[in-house]
Design a protein around this ligand. Sequence first.
Ligand code: XMP
Length: 508
Amino acid sequence: MQEKIIILDFGSQTTQLIARRVRELNIYCEIIPYNKFPFGDEEGIIGVILSGSPLSVYDKDAFRVDITRLAAAYPLLGICYGAQLMAYTLGGNVEPAPTREYGRACLAEVDSDDLLFKGIDAGAQVWMSHGDTITALPDDFKVLASTPEVRFAAFRSTTRRMWGVQFHPEVFHSTCGMDLLRNFAVSICGAHCTWSAESFIDSTVDELRRQLGNDKVVLGLSGGVDSSVAAVLLNRAIGSRLTCIFVDHGMLRKDEFTSVLRDYECLGLNVVGVDASARFFKDLEGVTDPEKKRKIIGADFIKVFDEEAHKIEDVRWLAQGTIYPDCIESLSITGTVIKSHHNVGGLPEKMNLRLCEPLRLLFKDEVRAVGRALGMPEHLISRHPFPGPGLAVRILGDITPEKVRILQEADHIFIQGLRDSGLYDKVWQAGVILLPVQSVGVMGDERTYERAVALRAVTSTDAMTADWAHLPYEFLAGVSNEIIRKVRGVNRVCYDISSKPPATIEWE
Ligand code: XMP
């Protein structure tokens, strides 16, 4: 049975980070909305962490849980709002602080004899971010640590297995954060720290075999990391009962369709490559609006995929490479918002198939670790993200095969240059944008009037925010020269130095 820690989400921006940290300790954990605790179906749960929240515990509509019931069954660790909720519900007091406390603080008067603070001494740095403060603890609670500003920075119940910390151990700036989370998970909850890419593969393969039996499964490959790892994992579980479909919509990178198809075949996947580019080009003719382009490509993709899938007899399941950040239910003060992003949205309903998402509980870097453990080649694992509609959203204005050719050539030079210079893995994502701009140039004795392209390279950790990559001038000069020299139709190269926000990574 999979042992796990449950993180009850009260809507904090750092809830996912708590999960990341726990998993870095090789302990499996899941995030669950605060009001969805699986009472009655509690297999494997060894402890519960209550997250922070943008709310105040004394608000009329504050998110609440039955702390007493939870504490009777599991060790609890409350973080920020979670800690305040514990204190408030059990008879303590929480009030607005005179000023919001935000930033680094140093722990003083630490009770290092307590299991939670084993190995953590006074002076340890923690990160605070709270507008409310606990002014009185419940009767059976005692203080474990203070800071100059916060008297009850950490505390515990003396009668029940309950701990609370006002600071955020999950954020990087809390230097004792990992020790504290380890103390909670291992010393208090008794975690064995056996969760790893290998153990995930073993248990998932077993589970897929049980779930799918002798059923046939179809999966859409995009060339990206997530769908590729999902395919290899399923292939290990059910072999040729999995059929993968890789659609060429004509907007892929130069030679990508053939090279990725070859990679998939080398991995032993049962894969059907479909060149549907003519159909996509026809439907995109004259379309300039980015959202329309996306809709047309999405709809055509579903049609092509559906046609191909119908050629396979008796398919029961549609597999997708959905990952954890795509499906975590996140909360907002105005109610529950479910963020659910599927690249091929609408497919399962249309095809009347059951959905199989073997990576739905993994973060991106965990997916990569699973891919490596499955023996997949590094160039497939460490690929940059690439948008589903591909180069269609990097050609500003209407799309023609000639424009795609120009962009593919320029993009190839840029990406190959990044690889050759050892810069590819230093950036999150890179590509070239074909601008709807022509400008005057001179080549030899000739006046030219040709296109401009923009190079885009960003650093990021999650694509939510990004900075333009500070690539060396010499490198940019080399790429610019090579593009203008080799790509017919381009006589000017610019470098995009906008960050996100306020810009976005893609131009469309
Ligand atoms: P933006 O441009 O919003 O992009 O900063 C954030 C990330 O999402 C990718 N992206 C897409 N991926 N379909 C996708 O599958 C799309 O329509 C799409 N648009 C943007 C983008 O490449 C970046 O990684």
